[in-house]
Design a protein around this ligand. Structure first.
Ligand SMILES: [Cu+2]
Length: 191
């Protein structure tokens, strides 16, 4: 109880005695998640909304890293993610990863990744991702990477990726990147 009361202090416009416990806890969580830097960032270009770009710290010597984000097309025309840039990377590709017969493989999407009208497409470990290749320097946990995404119709948009821990499986999993680390990270060493 003392923890919830302390965390909820910034929204003390309501008398505490009249706030149900559930609401107090919800406020505590909201305050906590707002304080996490770079997670929850949103960018827009044309009718495309890009949410929570993130990447993963690279283990020593690794020359590639995946970039992950969510794209929503709020317009009436399809568009395609066709490329982008990252200053730390020599090359940038849009990839698809699949597990076939128990083997993880990935391939460049030479036509780009289509975002249909009204659709939300999530780029995440084990599926679609952007690939930072020929890395000039390691990516470190806690860093923010400024880069660009290029769409066929909407054009180019500046985004920032928050770098999570090695093996992280989601943009907010920095502190709990336990068991899934090995296969998730391993998939990106096949280049
Ligand atoms: Cu890839």
């Amino acid at each position: 109880m003392s923890r919830a009361r302390r965390a909820a202090a910034p929204v003390r416009r309501f008398p505490m005695t009249r706030v149900p416990l559930v609401s107090a806890l919800a406020c505590a969580f909201a305050v906590a998640s707002l304080s996490a830097p770079a997670v929850g960032q949103e960018f827009t270009v044309g009718s495309l909304k890009i949410e929570r770009p993130w990447s993963r710290a690279t283990p020593g010597g690794a020359k590639v890293a995946g970039g992950y984000l969510t794209i929503t097309n709020t317009g009436t025309e399809p568009d395609r993610l066709v490329g982008g840039t990252l200053p730390q990377a020599g090359r940038f590709e849009v990839h698809e990863m699949k597990t076939e017969n128990g083997v993880m493989t990935m391939r460049p999407l030479n036509q780009g990744l289509e975002i249909k009208p009204g659709a939300t497409v999530t780029l995440a470990p084990g599926g679609y991702h952007v690939m930072f290749m020929d890395l000039k320097q390691p990516l470190k946990e806690g860093e923010t990477l400024a880069g660009e995404l290029r769409f066929e119709k909407a054009g180019t948009v500046a985004v920032r990726y928050s770098v999570q821990a090695i093996g992280a499986t989601s943009p907010g999993s920095t502190t709990s990147a336990g068991g899934g680390a090995a296969p998730a990270a391993g998939g990106h060493h096949h280049h």
